[in-house]
Design a protein around this ligand. Structure first.
Ligand SMILES: Cc1cc2nc3c(=O)[nH]c(=O)nc-3n(C[C@H](O)[C@H](O)[C@H](O)COP(=O)(O)O)c2cc1C
Length: 193
C-alpha cells in the first residue's frame, strides 16, 4: 500500500472506531476556511464521503463558507473523537464536485430537509422566524410532490495534501502520525507531541 492509501485507510479505520464508540455524529468535522482578506472562520459540517479522492460534504454555495471557498479554494478540517481520544486533521485544496453528487445527496434527504434547504438562503440575515416559516410554507405549496435540487446545493471535496492523526495516551506520550505530500510524493513521519 502506498503512503497516501495508508493515510486514507488509517483515517477510515479511525472513523469506524469512533462510530463504534456509540457517540452520535462522529462524522461531524470542524471546517476552517479563509476569506479574501486572509481571515479564518470555522463551522461544523458532516462528512458524507471519504475515499482516495478526498473528503466530501454538502452545503449552500452562497453561504459564508461557499463565498470563502470561491475566493480561496483551500481549507482545513479537524475531528476530535473524545471516547477514543483521537484527533484527525486534514488540509488541502477544495474542489467542487460534479452536479450529480449534489443531486444524489439532495434526493437522499428527507422531504423536510429538502424543503428547508430550498427555503433558506444559508448565512443571509433572517427578518424573523415567521419569515422562515412562511418561506417553508410557500416551498411546500410550490412543490407538493418532488422538491427539485436547487442550483446552489453543492458538494465539495477536500483533496488532502496533509493528514495527521493524534492518538492520546494516558502517559502523555501522545502519538502524532503525519502524512504529507511533497513534490516527491507522500511521506509519513512522526511528530513531537
Ligand atoms: C452537527 C452539525 C452538522 C452540520 N452539518 C452541516 C453540513 O453538512 N452542511 C452545512 O452546510 N451546514 C452544516 N451545519 C451548519 C454549519 O455549522 C453552519 O452553521 C452553516 O453551514 C453556515 O456556515 P457559514 O455561514 O460559515 O457558511 C452543521 C451544524 C452542526 C452543528
Amino acid at each position: 500500500m502506498d503512503v497516501y492509501a495508508e493515510a486514507i485507510a488509517a483515517l477510515n479505520a479511525t472513523l469506524a472506531r469512533a462510530e463504534d464508540s456509540g457517540r452520535r455524529n462522529t462524522n461531524a468535522m470542524t471546517l476552517a476556511t479563509v476569506n479574501r482578506a486572509g481571515r479564518p472562520s470555522t463551522r461544523t459540517v458532516l462528512l458524507k464521503g471519504l475515499d482516495d479522492e478526498g473528503l466530501t460534504f454538502f452545503t449552500d454555495r452562497r453561504s459564508g463558507k461557499g463565498q470563502d471557498l470561491e475566493a480561496v479554494p483551500y481549507a482545513s478540517v479537524c475531528f476530535y473523537w473524545e471516547p477514543i481520544e483521537v484527533q484527525a486533521r486534514v488540509d488541502g485544496r477544495m474542489v467542487v464536485l460534479a452536479r450529480e453528487h449534489a443531486e444524489r445527496d439532495f434526493s437522499s434527504r428527507p422531504r423536510a430537509g429538502q424543503v428547508m434547504i430550498r427555503a433558506s438562503a444559508q448565512s443571509q440575515p433572517l427578518a424573523s422566524k415567521a419569515a422562515l416559516a412562511s418561506a417553508v410554507a410557500s416551498i411546500e405549496q410550490d412543490y407538493p410532490h418532488e422538491v427539485p435540487v436547487p442550483a446552489f446545493w453543492v458538494g465539495y471535496c477536500l483533496v488532502p495534501d496533509f493528514i495527521e492523526l493524534w492518538f492520546g495516551s494516558r502517559d502523555r506520550m501522545h502519538e502524532r502520525v503525519a502524512y504529507a505530500k511533497s513534490p516527491e510524493g507522500w511521506h509519513k513521519t512522526l511528530l513531537q507531541p
